[in-house]
Ligand binder design. Structure first.
Ligand SMILES: Cc1cc2nc3c(=O)[nH]c(=O)nc-3n(C[C@H](O)[C@H](O)[C@H](O)COP(=O)(O)OP(=O)(O)OC[C@H]3O[C@@H](n4cnc5c(N)ncnc54)[C@H](O)[C@@H]3O)c2cc1C
Length: 344
């Protein structure tokens, strides 16, 4: 490998970075190593060099579905792809890189008249993780909206870009093939109706503003302010806000999604149980239960909030309390949806 690869790695790799600043939970201790590549090329360099050093790597997006440890494992390199946010428009096909916020696709769709991603409005998180998790809102899910996914297989020494068709991604309820392989999603091709107007101007302007704010958007209130402001600006320019997006905003603000720090729903629903986890927690009288700085949301039983300087240990205590109560009363152990990173 050439010397300039190592030099670029040294430039991109930061030391002693607080993971709490890259997580919507606002929880997580200091990572020894941390990088935020802005392009696929930078990502490949980081992966190549870190492999030669034998470093453990954790790749993530905006940290809105991850509980980072209070004491991260020593020597691990955390790689956030949230700066890898670009859209390349080619007629009715867009190639979107992994770090683009899902919510951006709903707002971009208002410019181009593409309704496919309206359901992602105000859903915190990036496209890459949305594919990994097959993120959903009511009956719509990310896996149904994409054509192909581009990824890097960490077991392939060439780290070359590979492509898989959506129908081969084994998308299911909060499931995908990416959860079972050491693959890093770098982007996806999506199909949208062809647009006649100056598409690159509208989306380009949105992206520039997002990039200027990027870094702060792991905080849910700044995330909400950014996207709701963009929507209002479009509305002022006489682009009507589609009714489904208005409904989403109402639902999420009523449930205080952007006031308290959280990772959204903590557990996956178990449809065989006949009720959502939120409803079961409500029936068990656990809403509002607190431990340390964490509390089970009084507004939504499936959310465990960081109300006041909670640690990962506080959140996990309440997670165990809910799991045990559901197991005792309803006979199953709920599966966490939030990705829980191990302590050192
Ligand atoms: C208030 C709130 C509301 C929410 N509402 C919803 C909702 O309605 N529906 C829903 O589905 N989710 C919801 N979520 C959860 C979350 O926003 C989604 O799961 C989102 O897709 C996570 O994106 P992220 O970039 O923050 O992922 P991260 O938290 O950064 O990562 C999540 C997982 O994906 C993996 N990952 C991330 N990027 C990549 C990549 N490029 N390649 C391979 N693996 C990757 C990570 O390793 C990790 O395991 C909500 C969260 C919050 C805080």
């Amino acid at each position: 490998m050439t010397k300039d690869r190592y030099e670029l790695f040294d430039k991109l790799c930061m030391r002693d970075v607080r993971l709490s600043e890259h997580s919507s939970y606002g929880i997580g201790g200091y990572a020894d190593y941390f990088a935020m590549p802005a392009t696929i090329e930078q990502l490949v360099t980081i992966l190549e060099v870190s492999a030669t050093y034998g470093m453990d790597r954790v790749v993530f997006g905006m940290g809105s579905n991850m509980l980072f440890p209070d004491r991260p494992k020593r020597g691990t390199l955390y790689i956030s792809l949230k700066k890898m946010a670009d859209v390349t428009v080619n007629g009715s096909r867009w190639f979107v890189t992994s770090g683009l916020p899902l919510s951006m696709l709903s707002v971009a769709g208002m410019i181009t008249g593409a309704p496919e991603f309206q359901f992602t409005y105000l859903m915190p998180g990036s496209l890459g993780a949305g594919i990994y998790m097959n993120a959903k809102y009511y009956n719509e899910q990310v896996g149904d909206k994409i054509e192909t996914v581009s990824y890097i297989d960490l077991d392939d020494p060439t780290l070359s870009l590979q492509t898989i068709r959506a129908e081969d991604c084994r998308f299911g309820y909060k499931q995908s093939i990416f959860q079972h392989n050491p693959w890093i999603i770098v982007g996806a091709k999506i199909k949208v109706p062809e647009f006649e107007g100056p598409i690159s101007g509208g989306i380009g302007g949105l992206l520039s503003k997002y990039k200027a704010a990027n870094g702060q958007l792991s905080s849910l209130d700044s995330f909400y302010s950014f996207f709701s402001r963009e929507l209002r600006e479009l509305q002022a320019g006489r682009t009507g806000i589609p009714a489904p997006m208005q409904d989403i905003e109402r639902y999420r603000t009523q449930n205080k999604h952007f006031i308290y720090r959280s990772c959204g729903s903590f557990f996956k629903n178990n449809y065989a149980a006949g009720s959502s986890i939120g409803a079961l927690v409500d029936r068990l009288g656990l809403k509002g239960l607190s431990h340390g700085g964490a509390i089970i949301s009084p507004y939504h039983g499936n959310m465990i909030l960081n109300a006041d300087h909670a640690t990962a240990a506080h959140i996990l205590y309440l997670k165990d309390t809910v799991s045990e109560a559901i197991h005792r009363h309803y006979g199953f152990i709920p599966e966490p949806e939030v990705v829980i990173m191990e302590e050192a």
